[in-house]
Design a protein around this ligand. Structure first.
Ligand code: UD1
Length: 419
């Protein structure tokens, strides 16, 4: 298992190319299962979650070409096995996204209940509810979801009490092959949803309302060959923006879009950093010690839960006390004990973290526990005195393309130790 060794105290300066969004690439890859025509995808991030999804697609006989590292041509014309066993889904929760497309196209699907980041219960009931609303019969037996719609899916009305990114994606994909009109009320409005809708539209789907509180899909779609460029990763962009702020640095985040991280930029500005759009993306300038700022995570366009851990690292060394409330997942503070090992002063009460900024953190051995938790330890290591070793770097590799290389190019003292 690889480790990262970081010597803190270097100010970051330079340019970081923001990769395509992992959380957009995964649903778009699942959507390729809907169509017998080839789909060409560009700006695909080179992260291990994408490899996991490609591994799942290969088990069905999907043909995958990679003319360039960031480009994939997916051809799901002749599919064979349709079972999705535990050993391919256990690594990543987002593998459940294959359920909707397989069911919609073939009238049946068997998918093991997914594994993935251990952040809270993370059930899949909303995915299943959406498919039931389109006429599927669903049962869970021995850890496997068994979904059937022998006559095909039919359009229906799907009402989400609280928005779910993944369940909205399942509903959208399945509805493209359902007969008639599907209405999705209170869908997620994340940029990755809009990206999926744009990809499905390029493939031939008739969808209205992306980014609003009501989506309408008219099916069934006659799919055609299509190309789609995945949008830039707003979570990677936000992470590097926080890296600039925490080191008092100056970073250009090429490809990043301010409108995708407006809530984060606003929090960073309140903390004393400056964020503004540049010619090629975003510019972020840190300015001395950050000021304490309270945040509450919320669905888009609120402050993203996927940046809460990173923002906590910044608040750990800020001037003053801050309150970080997590409203999206009930157990997303696994980075707290590890930040405390580095000298952070954090007290947890349910889904709220009370952080009292300390003048300096001290390097230590820490353990990565999930994707975003682990990157918060890297950020803390960038400013901790002395050496920080982050163990279990495979969590980071799930969603960050070459994080050690990108940080080193901007002046960080960081190296990967193979192990
Ligand atoms: C996606 C992102 C993840 C991000 C999250 C919230 C991907 C691959 N992952 O995850 O990085 O942190 O959105 O922005 O895009 N829920 C249920 N039942 C369900 C589904 C979800 O109760 O069937 C709950 C979850 O436990 C959670 C909330 O709904 O409390 C939001 O989860 P959801 O938006 O579905 O997150 P994911 O799609 O899993």
């Amino acid at each position: 298992m690889d480790r990262l060794r970081i010597i803190g105290g270097r100010r970051l300066e330079g340019s970081v190319r923001i990769a395509g969004a992992k959380n957009a690439a995964l649903p778009v890859l699942a959507a390729c299962l809907l169509s017998p025509e080839p789909v060409t995808l560009t700006n695909i991030p080179r992260v291990s979650d994408v490899e996991t999804m490609l591994g799942v697609l290969r088990t069905y006989g999907v043909r995958i070409e990679r003319p360039r590292p960031d480009m994939l041509v997916i051809n799901a014309a002749d599919l064979a096995a349709l079972d999705t066993p535990w050993d391919v889904v256990r690594k990543m929760r987002a593998t459940v996204l294959v359920l909707g497309p397989l069911l919609a196209r073939f009238g049946k699907a068997r998918v093991s209940l997914p594994g993935g980041c251990a952040i809270g219960a993370r059930p899949v009931d909303l995915h299943l509810k959406a498919l039931s609303a389109l006429g599927a019969s669903i049962r869970v037996e021995g850890g496997t979801i068994i979904a059937d719609a022998p006559e095909g899916l039919r359009g229906g009305r799907i009402v989400f009490g609280s928005p779910s990114v993944g369940a909205t994606e399942t509903a959208l994909m399945a509805a493209t092959l359902a007969h008639g009109e599907t209405e999705i009320i209170n869908p997620a409005r994340e940029p990755e949803i809009i990206d999926l809708v744009e990809c499905l539209q390029a493939m031939g789907a008739d969808i209205e309302g992306a980014g609003t509180h009501r989506l309408v899909v008219r099916g069934p779609t006659r799919f055609r060959a299509a190309s789609h460029e995945v949008l830039p990763d707003r979570i990677e962009a936000g992470t590097y923006a926080i890296a600039a702020a925490i080191t008092g640095g100056f970073l250009e985040l090429t490809g990043a879009r301010l409108e995708h991280i407006a809530s984060v930029a606003e929090a960073l500005e309140r903390a004393g950093a400056r964020v503004w759009p540049g010619d090629r993306g975003l510019i972020v300038q840190g300015d001395g010690r950050a000021k304490a700022v309270d945040i509450t995570t919320e669905p888009y366009p609120g402050f993203p839960t996927d940046l809460q851990a990173q923002f906590m690292a910044l608040m750990a060394v800020a001037d003053g006390a801050s309150v970080l409330r997590e409203t999206v997942f009930e157990n997303r503070f696994m980075h707290v004990p590890e930040l405390v090992r580095l000298g952070a002063d954090v007290r947890l009460q349910g889904t709220t973290a009370f952080v009292r900024g300390v003048p300096a953190l001290k390097g230590a051995q820490v353990m990565a526990t999930d994707l975003r938790a682990s990157v918060s330890l890297v950020l803390a290591g960038l400013v901790a005195e002395g050496e920080t070793i982050v163990n279990r770097v495979y969590h980071l590799d799930r969603g960050y393309e070459e994080i050690d290389v990108k940080l080193r190019r901007c002046g960080a003292d960081i190296e990967r130790i193979a192990g």
